[in-house]
Design a protein around this ligand. Structure first.
Ligand code: SF4
Length: 373
């Protein structure tokens, strides 16, 4: 008898296709601060960070817009560091977290996990996933890379103590029952350390999930070396060899698709599909998710779009109107291939540009009898 288990991924965009038969706005990411106590070399929003917070749109106005999105089922909070100040937590985060809870909407906060435990305790009762980026090979690397883009850096001792906070906080929050999910981005810096990082995430930090994504060549991260597809395939196979099977591994924006004619890609996807406790997530950006900046009201497809331009603003349009407008854009059409047989929604725009700049992905390429749907 097979004992394979696949955890249910609440953030998966394909749930909307199963439920509504089409791409649907079900996921909002909120930018709730432009402040952060770090300036990581790989930060995806590095150039938007500030040192002083602007006034946010009142949460009642934001909630009014959310009320009209009946299909909303997940919300994420990002920054900056959304938990940096207690004032920010109280004024900007808690009203939205409580609202989500009242509607049964699942929530995630993206934190660097360096802060005092009292910050995390404020949101714990309302939160489903504490998501952290964990790309650190060791303390020395954190001390250097985590503050690489900062002009006035804290002392080395202070920076090192923040590193230890990450490990301690993750372990304590996990022991307290919180679902802590650590994300590692694969690039030339992290790949040599990925086994160490994985076991740290699983065994020391006691995280429930390890997310593995490609390093996006965007914003502060644009200077970092991305790995090529052969390297990517190799490292994913290595992860499957050394992984701790007790922790859920989630491959996000995995740059291998069931329509590939490369036997090595097919073998890798088969390995993943036949393994317990491992899932692949279709990219949410532009499928189920848009980003709402609570200071400006601007709505964009994600922090990772090419031009970063807003599609609309909640002061003048509903979220559904903005989403419908997005789906009609050329950039959206260029990436929304779909193979129902394998529940695949294709590459996102950055992965396509990075790894498949000239390839045309055509919906329905993989037909109905594929065994890995
Ligand atoms: S949806 Fe696109 S990427 Fe996925 S299998 Fe089909 S053609 Fe390939």
């Amino acid at each position: 008898m097979s004992t394979m288990t696949k955890p249910y991924d609440q953030w998966e965009s394909y749930h909307d296709i199963d439920r509504y038969g089409k791409l649907t706005l079900s996921n909002i990411e909120f930018t709730t601060t432009n402040l952060c106590n770090m300036r990581c070399a790989h930060c995806a929003v590095g150039y938007t960070l500030q040192t002083k917070e602007a006034a946010a749109i009142p949460s009642e106005e934001i909630i009014k817009r959310l009320d009209s999105v009946e299909t909303l089922r997940v919300m994420s909070f990002t920054g900056g560091e959304p938990l940096l100040t207690k004032r920010g937590i109280r004024d900007n985060l808690l009203p939205l977290l409580k609202y989500a809870k009242s509607r049964g909407i699942k929530t995630q906060i993206n934190s660097n996990l360096t802060l005092p435990m009292s910050h995390y305790e404020l949101v714990a009762p309302y939160l489903d996933v504490m998501h952290i980026s964990h790309n650190w090979c060791d303390e020395r690397e954190f001390v250097e890379t985590g503050f690489a883009m900062m002009e006035q850096k804290p002392s080395i001792e202070k920076r090192a103590s923040l590193y230890r906070n990450i490990l301690d906080n993750a372990r304590e929050l996990s022991k307290g029952g919180m679902f802590v999910s650590a994300e590692t981005m694969l690039n030339r810096n992290t790949v040599p350390f990925i086994e160490k990082i994985h076991h740290e995430v699983a065994d020391e930090m006691l995280c429930k999930r390890h997310e593995i994504h490609p390093m996006y060549a965007s914003d502060f991260a644009s200077a970092l070396d991305v790995i090529n597809l052969d390297e990517y395939r190799d490292v994913v196979n290595q992860i499957l060899d050394f992984r701790n099977e007790d922790i859920w591994i989630l491959f996000g924006t995995l740059p291998f698709y069931p329509c590939s004619t490369d036997e090595r890609d097919k073998a890798l996807l088969s390995r993943i599909h036949e393994a317990s406790n491992i899932t692949i997530r279709n990219d949410v950006d532009g499928r189920s998710r848009m980003n709402l900046n609570i200071f400006t009201g601007d709505v964009s497809v994600s922090d990772f779009t090419d031009d970063g331009a807003a599609l609309g603003n909640i002061k003048t349009a509903s979220l559904e109107e903005i989403y419908t407008k997005w789906l009609s854009t050329n950039i959206s059409s260029s990436i929304n291939c779909h193979c129902p047989a394998v529940k695949c929604l294709g590459p996102n725009i950055i992965v396509k540009n990075m790894y498949y700049p000239t390839q045309k992905f055509t919906s329905g390429t993989v037909k109905g009898d594929y065994s890995h749907a």
